[in-house]
Design a protein around this ligand. Structure first.
Ligand code: NAP
Ligand code: ZN
Length: 346
């Protein structure tokens, strides 16, 4: 099946319309007509080439929501007409200890990313900036009826990537959580941590988005451009979730943790970060990372969002505006996730 898509032809080149081939629907596959695809900063890191060589042309997009239009013979649990989601991963070995524990994203053979990955049949995966996608039903999520489909798309990456560490590090009543960076991931972290009952502080470069941050559920908001913020907040937090797409001063953020606190990086800048181990030792602190979440946990997150009336704040764009949207994301001018209306690709 040939379908319309937007692809990056080479590293650092603007995305352009193209057609790609989708595989025939296999016994365990589902064909999805894509409604919306979110734009994640990871798409930009990937196509810019800063995360290393890629199998160009690359069709990005791993925040996909759409409608099932065909199901394979062995598929149970998904029917034509169902609204479903696809996140960052479309396959894994299914047999290793991590897969069996529901941590498919840490599959020892490597999870298959939704785009720019090699699928288990040897083909190169292509993502959601497209009209249709064929996916193994084991990697599909049910999008609950209560969430607007455009607002649901970013949950498939930005939502789960923040939900998973918030849960693991115990965000809840009595916990003081700081979210660094109020972009796509950051704004989801604020909503989710607030819904979990934690006290939430936003640490943004400036106060430009303060009103939004408080409306999204933050209790406090500080500009990191003001060095006094670090003095005032020293030792304050149980969890600092860093969503920044660029390098940060790790020691400065570690100094904000209470004893036994954790700084968890979900932001994935291309350049290495360094730290002074005394920043950890002096407060029995942890510096950790976290990558998306497993399939069952992603479903749990979607159900949690439906229960709490949570969706992403989105700006819906036609596919032809994708390059402009990338520029705005790079300029931290996103409020708070661009979502491509895939009907503009038909
Ligand atoms: P985004 O929408 O661009 O948000 C990033 C935010 O970081 C910006 O809005 C800005 O917030 C802040 N920021 C940007 N440049 C900065 C700089 N030079 N110094 C300080 N702050 C800066 O990006 P996103 O889609 O949320 O993704 C964020 C990062 O997470 C990316 O690196 C992405 O690849 C990564 N990611 C990781 C995973 C995972 O599984 N771990 C999953 C998805 C994405 P303020 O304007 O508020 O300062
Ligand atoms: Zn992403």
């Amino acid at each position: 099946m040939h379908v319309n898509a937007y692809a990056a032809p080479a590293a650092g080149q603007p995305l352009a319309p193209t057609t790609i081939e989708r595989r025939p629907v296999g016994a365990n596959d589902v064909l999805i007509e894509i409604e919306y695809a979110g734009i994640c900063h990871s798409d930009i890191h990937t196509v810019s080439g800063e995360w290393g060589p890629q199998p160009f042309p690359v069709v990005p997009g791993h925040e996909i929501v759409g409608l099932v239009t065909e199901v394979g013979a062995e598929v149970t649990g998904h029917r034509v007409g169902d609204r479903v989601g696809v996140g960052c991963m479309v396959n894994s070995c299914g047999e290793c200890a991590n897969c069996r524990a529901g941590d498919e994203q840490y599959c020892v053979q490597g999870m298959v990313p939704t785009y720019a990955g090699t699928d288990r049949d040897g083909s190169t995966t292509q993502g959601g900036y497209s009209t249709h996608v064929v996916v193994d039903a084991g990697y599909l999520l049910r999008v609950p009826a209560g969430i607007d489909p455009a607002a649901a798309a970013p949950l498939l990456c930005a939502g789960i990537t923040t939900y998973s560490p918030l849960r693991r590090w115990g965000a809840g009543p009595g916990k003081r959580v700081a979210v660094v960076g109020l972009g796509g991931l950051g704004h989801m972290a604020v909503k989710l941590a607030h819904a979990m009952g934690a006290g939430v502080t936003v640490l943004s470069q400036s106060l430009k988005k303060q009103e939004d941050g408080l409306r999204l559920g933050a209790d406090a908001y500080f500009a990191t451009s003001n060095p006094e913020a670090f003095t005032e907040l020293a030792g304050r937090f149980d969890l600092v979730l860093n969503t920044v797409s660029a390098a940060i001063d790790v020691d400065a953020y570690l100094s904000l943790l209470a004893v036994d606190g954790a700084l968890v990086n979900v932001g994935a800048p291309a350049e290495p970060l360094s730290l002074d181990v005394m920043s950890l030792i002096s407060g029995r602190r942890t510096y950790a990372g976290s990558m998306i979440g497993g399939i069952a946990e992603t479903q749990e997150m979607l159900d949690f969002c439906a229960e709490h009336g949570i969706g992403a704040e989105v700006e819906i764009i036609p596919a032809a505006k994708v390059n402009e949207a990338y520029e705005r994301v790079l300029a931290s001018d996103v409020r708070y996730r661009f979502v491509i209306d895939a009907s503009t690709l038909r």
